[in-house]
Design a protein around this ligand. Structure first.
Ligand code: NAP
Length: 254
């Protein structure tokens, strides 16, 4: 049992629902002091009450909001040991219809927002002596593609390019940074894509189920432990085997 996150100060961005909420729940159960963020204050209040954690409203695509988040958590909880940079959006737009504003919105939230959150927390993570950053990327972009998500996939692949160089820069300060690549996870956001999408994805997963938010939370928790301290700049795919079949026939009869 990994116990080393007990008492540590953890920020999870985009945690009023979905994967972020699942990550926050796993860290809270492990005894960490968790602060969740998002833009919708009402949703944050409800989730924080449910999980027994703190909250701070912040749009992570805004560097000033990220700075305010980091300063507030340091003031309230004495520091930041772990940042789970999870906030993200996945609107669909084919290349034929995508506008510059669509592209800027997705990159600004998913990629720039990840960088801003990490930058804002850096001094506190360094002061922690065992700083940890866990980025929520995706299989979509780094490994797979899906029509309508060229901008989304690019933003998720961009996070990995960032992680690899950040890992080198942050190593001397004792900070590790890694990424979790979820497959299809049953979140409010994903279920909002409709029954046809859900059924198609379930059929494409060798384990024949969507992932749970706890599946991602547990991977993030491991990367945040002292025991994972020699792992940095790496990725863990958590997808029930979805990226493995070479063709649809590989799943027939299993
Ligand atoms: P979700 O259910 O839609 O939840 C997204 C969360 O992020 C909400 O709490 C939302 O709250 C917050 N958020 C969105 N934009 C934000 C911003 N600019 N600043 C701060 N918070 C923001 O989404 P999800 O499915 O859990 O996805 C979470 C992450 O996992 C994303 O990075 C996504 O790319 C990744 N992912 C998901 C799946 C999946 O199957 N679900 C698969 C691969 C990767 P507010 O709207 O109130 O801000």
């Amino acid at each position: 049992m990994f116990t080393s996150v007990a008492g540590r100060s953890v920020i999870v961005t985009g945690a009023s629902k979905g994967i972020g909420k699942g990550i926050a729940a796993v860290f809270a159960a492990a005894g960490a002091t968790v602060t969740i963020t998002g833009r919708d204050e009402q949703a944050l209040v409800a989730t924080a009450a449910e999980l027994g954690c703190d909250w701070f409203a912040a749009d992570t695509s805004d560097p000033e909001a990220c700075a305010a988040l980091a300063a507030t958590v340091v003031e309230r909880h004495g520091g930041i040991d772990v940042l789970c940079a999870n906030a993200g959006i996945f609107p669909s737009a084919t290349l034929a219809e995508m506008t510059p504003a669509d592209l800027a919105h997705v990159m600004g939230t998913n990629f720039n927002g990840t960088v801003y959150a990490v930058q804002a927390c850096l001094p506190a993570l360094a002061a922690s002596g065992h700083g940890r950053v866990v980025v929520t990327s995706s299989i979509t972009g780094p490994i797979t593609g899906y029509p309508g998500w060229s901008h989304y996939g690019a933003s998720k692949a961009a996070q990995l390019g960032f992680v690899r160089t950040a890992a080198i820069e942050l190593a001397p300060q004792g900070i590790t940074i890694n990424a979790v690549l979820p497959g299809n996870i049953a979140t409010e956001g994903l279920l909002g894509l409709g029954e046809e999408y859900r059924a198609g994805m379930t059929a494409a997963i060798p384990q024949r189920r969507l992932g749970s938010v706890a599946d991602i939370g547990n991977a993030a928790l491991f990367l945040a432990t002292d025991e994972a301290g020699f792992i940095t700049g790496q990725t863990i795919v958590v997808d029930g085997g979805q990226v493995l079949p070479e063709s649809p026939e590989a799943l027939e009869g299993i």
